[in-house]
Design a protein around this ligand. Sequence first.
Ligand code: MN
Length: 260
Amino acid sequence: MKHDSSASASRRRFLGHALATGASVLAAGRALAQPTKSAPVTAAADAGAPIAPGAQPAPAPSHPSLALPPLPYAPNALEPYISANTLSFHHGKHHKAYFDKTNTLIAGTPLQGKSLDEIVKSTAKHKQHQKLFNNAAQAWNHNFYWQSMKPGGGGSPTGTLKQRIEKDFGSYDEFKAQFAQVAVDHFSNGWVWLVLERNKLKIVDTHDADTPLVHGLKPLAVSDVWEHAYYLDYKNARKDYVSAYVDHLLNWDFVAQNLG
Ligand code: MN
């Protein structure tokens, strides 16, 4: 079975666009898109510019800024497959930076106080919010990535999940081969996902910060294939890192929980 074709990827992008988001989310996007009366004309060209403070009073949220969740395990819990050094930098520096930047960009805008999900969905496909989307989606994707792994994970799932893998991929080995192939074929930075599309399990990749969340797909698990995820431990051997992810780290309990 071949993995995702570019034709279906295009269709997914189109579908994602067509299905995107609800009215309140769109309203938030529109509100953000409007330059304020007092803003200089050039402000409209600044993709990431927040609304001028005071133009529209920000709500008084109970959580004024989005918080970086702690790792769901100790930084050395995934050794020897992912080192404490990699996890500490990846979570404490890279992931934290995406949260910090997101908080800076939403400050004083109608999106302050919204959930990370809402921010990702309402900024997707809005060119003028590319910078905010990139940072918010990276924050969201990393939250999902940490949960997609656990110490002692990986290998073939059991029970219902095993049956679903066999039904949609042919076998666990075929699933594993396909996951590795999509990761190896992926050019540059991005993510490799196990998703549910119309009740069928699929493996898809996304570039940069892009996320299935905004393409009408249900994410089930993800592997980060940005170099910062594996370079300290594997150098350029992305295939070895992804094989270790599938063989030893993949959290099937999280997949089952997402399948519902
Ligand atoms: Mn990363």
